[in-house]
Design a protein around this ligand. Structure first.
Ligand SMILES: Cc1cc2nc3c(=O)[nH]c(=O)nc-3n(C[C@H](O)[C@H](O)[C@H](O)COP(=O)(O)OP(=O)(O)OC[C@H]3O[C@@H](n4cnc5c(N)ncnc54)[C@H](O)[C@@H]3O)c2cc1C
Length: 308
């Protein structure tokens, strides 16, 4: 049992923050406090924090950029580790496996996906243009298999460096041992510290054109300036967009307190300013119930709901 005294010791020795509001770490801008929160800057600090969590029997929750999660108003028990400071700037690496016009790049999991994408474009490397306008970290993008209708990050991941949260064992898992599916990666429960991506040399002007087109479409069709976690629900089938079902069920603009089904894109729930997690959950439940009654389709959340 972790006592208040132990918490104090952990705070002092490892610089952990007590009672930090998680609304500061999520793009939804909602979420209550973490019992303890850590923002490790390197693998050594991360390992020390994980070791303390094992010794104290603290449950561990991981957050990257916090752009695909919804945290409860009561917050998260135990230790929350925010991985966005776990950076190592993107660089080109020699693997001996790259074929023809392929090159492999490596970056820390806390690097922003946009930074990794920009690096690739600067090097004349194609394969990450889909990431235009997708916020969050490289690690979060791999865990979520982030993507668009036509491309996803699994198509360029070559390997991930991970730490086992329970044994602290470090290992590299190669692409053939990773099972990606729609917004999902197996094995689950891994902590990604870095990843290598195999990209293809291409005409920089064409790469930039694809990036710009993707970004332009996103700006026009999605409420990117409002607090949200992106698309809230998974598409129930490849050619059945959740947003279309929600729109046709008449839910565009529907509001519960500060939570609203975006009038621009029905698969976005936005925080118009003062939403609580409970408002967003109530709206999510209403959307699921209405769509089920109309189409007998149960929408699953893409956003990870976490906390008490
Ligand atoms: C405006 C907007 C637009 C978006 N557009 C898209 C889009 O077009 N396509 C798309 O796929 N997504 C989109 N998203 C959702 C989101 O940006 C992506 O899923 C993103 O890749 C999540 O990264 P993150 O670092 O924020 O992860 P988080 O939200 O912090 O975490 C997501 C999950 O990954 C885990 N995790 C995070 N980092 C690590 C790590 N290093 N090791 C182990 N586990 C980890 C967390 O525990 C959590 O379960 C959008 C979101 C917003 C707000």
């Amino acid at each position: 049992m972790t006592t208040k005294k132990t918490y104090k010791t952990l705070q002092e020795t490892l610089g952990l923050l007590p009672g930090e509001p998680l609304s500061r770490y999520t793009s939804f801008r909602v979420g209550g406090p973490a019992d303890l929160l850590a923002v490790p800057r390197d693998k050594k600090a991360l390992t020390a924090i994980l070791k303390a969590a094992i010794q104290e029997g603290l449950p561990v929750t991981l957050i990257g950029g916090g752009t695909n999660i919804l945290v409860s108003d009561k917050g998260i028990k135990g230790l929350v580790i925010v991985l966005k400071a776990l950076k190592s700037v993107p660089c080109i690496i020699e693997t001996g496996h790259s074929k023809g016009n392929e090159k492999t790049i490596y970056a820390g999991s806390g690097e922003r996906l946009s930074t990794v994408c920009q690096f690739a474009m600067d090097q004349g490397l194609a394969g990450l243009e889909f990431a235009a306008g997708i916020p969050g970290t490289l690690g979060g993008a791999i865990i979520m298999n982030a993507g668009t209708a036509t491309w996803e990050i699994s198509q360029v991941v070559a390997a991930v460096d991970v730490i086992d949260i329970k044994t602290l064992k470090c290992q590299t898992i190669k692409k053939q041992d990773l099972a990606f599916s729609y917004r999902q990666l197996t094995p689950k429960d891994i902590l990604i510290v870095g990843a290598s991506l195999t990209l293809t040399s291409a005409d920089p002007a064409r790469i930039k054109k694809r990036f710009d087109q993707t970004l332009k479409t996103k700006i026009i069709t999605q409420p990117i300036s409002l607090a949200s976690a992106g698309c809230f629900f998974k598409n129930p089938a490849p050619h059945v967009p959740a947003g279309k079902l929600i729109e046709e069920a008449g839910l565009k603009g529907m509001q519960i307190n500060g939570a609203q089904v975006s009038p621009l894109h029905a698969n976005f729930i936005v925080n118009t300013g003062n939403a609580k997690c409970e408002d967003i959950i109530a709206l999510k439940n209403l959307v699921q119930k209405t769509v089920f009654e109309k189409y007998q389709i149960k929408l699953e959340t893409e956003v990870k709901v976490t906390g008490e």
